[in-house]
Design a protein around this ligand. Sequence first.
Ligand SMILES: NC(=O)c1ccc[n+]([C@@H]2O[C@H](COP(=O)([O-])OP(=O)(O)OC[C@H]3O[C@@H](n4cnc5c(N)ncnc54)[C@H](O)[C@@H]3O)[C@@H](O)[C@H]2O)c1
Ligand SMILES: [Zn+2]
Length: 463
Amino acid sequence: MGAGKSTLGEEIARRLRRRFVDLDYEIERQTGATIEELFARDGEPKFRAIEENIAASVLDAAEPAVIALGGGTVLSSVTRETLRRRAFTVLLEVDPGAAWKRASEGGRPLAIDEQAFQELYRARLPIYEEAAEAHARDADGIVLAAAGIDVRIGALDLLDELVPGTGPIEIVADGNVAGIHGVSAQLAFGDRDIASHDVPPGEAAKTIAVLERLWRALRIGRDGTIVGLGGGCTTDLAGFAAATYMRGVPWVAVPTTLVGQVDAAIGGKTAIDLPGGKNLVGAFHWPARVVIDPGTLETLPDAESRNGMAEVVKTGLLMDHPVWELPLVELVRRCASFKAAVCLADPHDLGPRNMLNLGHTFGHALESAAGYDLPHGQVVALGMIAALQLSGNDAALAVVRRELDPQPVRVDREAAWAALARDKKTVGGAPRLVLLERTGEPTWGNEVPVADIRAALDSLIAD
Ligand SMILES: NC(=O)c1ccc[n+]([C@@H]2O[C@H](COP(=O)([O-])OP(=O)(O)OC[C@H]3O[C@@H](n4cnc5c(N)ncnc54)[C@H](O)[C@@H]3O)[C@@H](O)[C@H]2O)c1
Ligand SMILES: [Zn+2]
């Protein structure tokens, strides 16, 4: 009571593009009486019976929703059972003083006397704990919990606790990362049954040959878990191995690059490359957990951090918040929860998830024309310049120039243009673009005159 469930619930529903149901409000709507009136007229037991019925119908609705429960809803064991079956339940942690202030101002029947209110909270806490699958303190925390993502310094040392299940573990790491963080990861699993597999660093891991070697080396059954430890290349490979091995085993992503922590390890896309193009064979396979330890970024080379910053700036422009100015842990947390919310809203990439491609249509074209020999961050930054120019968003353009300062690249113009036309987002030969006319309000599927697209692409290329 008074934890701020309604306000946060509404925000989460907006971010996940789901319906929002405030149970108290729903009860008032269906009964035509206020909660206070129901308490006064019928007494608490009768009210709880009504609440249990309405909670059941709300929880059984086919269309997914974000639901703010009442402070006493979970006292019902029937409702707790329905929650276990039908919902992911998050306990919103709250400072008791702040909760009292909010609840008492709201004139709720059980918030008349502060001492009684605090005692009620303490008495209910064990039941809240029993009902909750996760705890959170804010909107980002709720989204991260729903997506199965943990962000904290030292998370690498807590792998045994954070990786679900008790079965055997197969760690997949690239040679570099295995040398730097592999031992910590192995130690973290204590006496669990673990095996480790080294794969080549970088894009070289995402090949059918490396995948086949990995498939053959795996010895877990369905009770085991694959753990991808490394950058986006390693987690893409490990995730795809998990998606396909024995028709799918659980996997956990432990991203160790900034790109991985704010982007690649989140959202369940896994893939390998073909000679004809990147990420051409893959699967959607949501990781059982994403364990993000920003402390692992201390050893990351500067060039890799710059790649990550391009995605960070992209995220900040999409959400209209200067995340790039935040301290590292908070920066990672905000970016990870932003991407997680977009992916939870559109897990199979049929709509809103397109927004994450801001700058990428142009970026991929430059990358392809350069034979993938340019840093991803640089081409994405350039691609954002083109997309923001076409959007007429000077303020966002200034941010990209100031934070990323990308310089035009020397690639074959015709090759870049041909690659752009082959882009996956192309419809009938004309590329569809993500635009950002107003910062924080991306639009996708935009048709833009071909001549303007060509001019924007050309402006990114040095002679
Ligand atoms: N699945 C998705 O949704 C998604 C999204 C974005 C990108 N990706 C993919 O991610 C890949 C790029 O990922 P990346 O940029 O993380 O590159 P990466 O995995 O190649 O890692 C970059 C380099 O950093 C090294 N490294 C990693 N962690 C380190 C650490 N903590 N300390 C020192 N060195 C470390 C690696 O060994 C490697 O040499 C691409 O293949 C891209 O397609 C996937
Ligand atoms: Zn990218």
